[in-house]
Design a protein around this ligand. Structure first.
Ligand code: NDP
Ligand code: X2W
Length: 348
């Protein structure tokens, strides 16, 4: 059994991590770290864990004292809060493995962190050591690596949808336009005006048009995948559901294609070794992925407009955060990639 620690376990992504890892056969959750609830039973702070764990919330100082007994640390903290903690953890335990669910190591340049997240790294050497990894696209990057930057939720849904199209050199892409709808858990559990009940219930809203911070992450990965696509038009929306992201990606093409029947085949082949990616025959609904680590893709070629339209759906807290983080941990630890991630079907 490996000893792991979760920092930020009381948050939405952190809670999802606890619930997955409590059932992971190779893992023992040794400590749960909280800023505001030190000493309390985790199950008193987050009531749905009553009977599931008797762990108490510990402080970061408790963790620093015991860090040499720990194999891996997950961090699920607000952006800009994890980099200094990670720096210290690595200084004390050189062998520790780290998976950061936030954005602190997702970008390559320190100046980009300032531009998009309004903080800079003190230890710039560390940025290079972190590998950004959507397992289905980047698992090879994890060889000889101990540190993972877990991707953002919107980029996960979008990059998984675009990758098969980019991989086919006969498809010449002109533009990519993406509209994504997200549940409210995507904004975390801290209350704000824009995620309060009266603002959300019975309504829907686009936000951060053309300037969402996930564009930095998407553009950086697109640059690695293709010389031709520099950026995308990305419009996120907040909708009144708890969890889930549905992204509709429209790819306008430079050449006409005779690929209608082959498009789904292209996707099936591209993801033939990936058990969490499902290619759907019809337009999927969000409830098909909620509470699972799956990403369902529905690719469609519209001859009339010469556009490829792809629907991509994920659970933002699982494939978009904690599930993907555990998938990454499984790779890092040489476990079967789907260990602890085979969820039962949940009926409404
Ligand atoms: N929600 C989502 O869908 C996704 C989230 N992520 C990423 O995961 C990370 C956590 O997100 P999420 O779980 O939604 O966030 P939450 O706001 O729900 O939780 C963050 C937790 O961090 C702890 N914390 C520690 N220091 C601070 C601080 N200074 N200010 C506020 N909270 C603090 C809090 O717990 P305590 O007080 O007990 O210490 C809090 O519960 C973020 O970086 C986010 O971007 C990634 C993909 C998707
Ligand atoms: C609905 C909502 O507010 N979503 C968040 C993104 C989710 C998140 O927490 O960001 P990461 O995926 O980068 O970790 C937002 O738009 O800022």
């Amino acid at each position: 059994m490996k000893n792991i620690v979760i920092i930020g376990a009381t948050g939405y992504a952190g809670q999802q991590l606890v619930s997955i890892l409590l059932k992971h056969k190779h893992i023992r959750i040794s400590m749960i770290i909280s800023n505001s609830h030190v000493g309390k039973l985790f199950s008193d702070v987050i009531g749905k864990f009553r009977g599931a764990t008797d762990l108490r919330c510990s402080s970061l100082d408790d963790l620093y004292k015991k860090i040499n007994d720990i194999d891996l640390v997950f961090l699920a903290l607000p952006h800009g809060k994890s980099n200094k903690i990670i720096n210290k953890l690595i200084q004390i335990n050189k062998k520790i493995k780290i998976i950061d669910l936030g954005a602190d190591f997702r970008l390559e340049k320190n100046s980009d962190f300032l531009k998009w997240y309004n903080f800079t790294h003190e230890n710039t050497n560390l940025i290079k050591k972190f590998k950004y990894c959507i397992p289905e696209l980047h698992r090879d990057r994890l060889r000889n690596s101990n540190y993972i930057a877990n991707p953002g939720c919107y980029p996960t849904s979008i990059l998984l949808a675009i990758a098969p199209v980019i991989s086919n050199k006969n498809i010449l892409i002109d533009k990519v336009i993406c509209n994504s709808l997200s549940g409210v858990s995507g904004s975390g559990r801290n209350p704000s005006y824009s995620n309060s009940f009266c603002e959300i219930n019975g309504s829907a809203k686009a936000y951060s048009i053309g300037e969402h911070r996930h564009l930095s992450e998407i553009d950086q990965q697109l640059k690695i995948m293709s010389k031709n696509i520099k950026t995308i038009q990305f419009t996120p929306h907040l909708i009144p559901i708890n969890r889930g992201i549905i992204s509709t990606i429209t790819i306008t093409l430079k050449n006409e294609l005779d690929i209608d029947s082959n498009l789904k085949e292209l996707f099936r082949e591209f993801y033939s070794d990936d058990s969490f990616i499902k290619i759907s025959q019809n337009e999927p609904s969000l409830n098909e992925v909620c509470n699972t680590n799956n990403c369902i893709l529905y690719p469609y070629y519209d001859k009339r407009t010469n556009n490829i339209v792809i629907i991509s759906i994920i659970d933002n807290l699982i494939k978009g955060a904690a599930g993907q983080a555990v998938q990454n941990m499984n790779i890092l630890m040489n476990y079967k990639e789907n260990t602890g991630l085979k969820f039962p079907v949940i009926f409404p």
